[in-house]
Design a protein around this ligand. Sequence first.
Ligand SMILES: [Zn+2]
Length: 161
Amino acid sequence: MDRRDLIAAFGPDLEIESFDENTMTATMRVPALAGAGSENITDKAGSENISEDEDSLERVPIKYEVCDTCEGKGAHVSASIDAHGITQSEWAEWDQEERESYRSGGYDTTCVECHGKRIVPEIDWENLEGRNAELSKRVRDHLEAQYEDRRAQAHEIEMGY
Ligand SMILES: [Zn+2]
């Protein structure tokens, strides 16, 4: 899979290194558990300390889900047409041809999320949890931290910092 496809499928912030469609596993970079929990991690050999902020490459199970954005249709009406819904007055302004075009999907564009595939790869949390609860928690924490970062950044941009 191409890097661009990975970004399209998983989003730019998910640090997916590779995705193997045959085994349905992705390899991603996950930081080690940081904070209070890491104190409890002791190296079994008892020799070296485990670094708190060392990333590791982990394999996570992936499954396909029906795309939320287009609800599995592979296409949706272009956001520029009805992002805020179509008001009665707008509808009234359209001529017959435009209305027909809307109804028949003439304004549809390929889905921005699944790119027409109707399905999107998602982390198979249940499977991951069952296989490796600790890794599941690390991945979840990692994604939540990234989500918070993105929100903070968006907020800063909005506030004009
Ligand atoms: Zn879609």
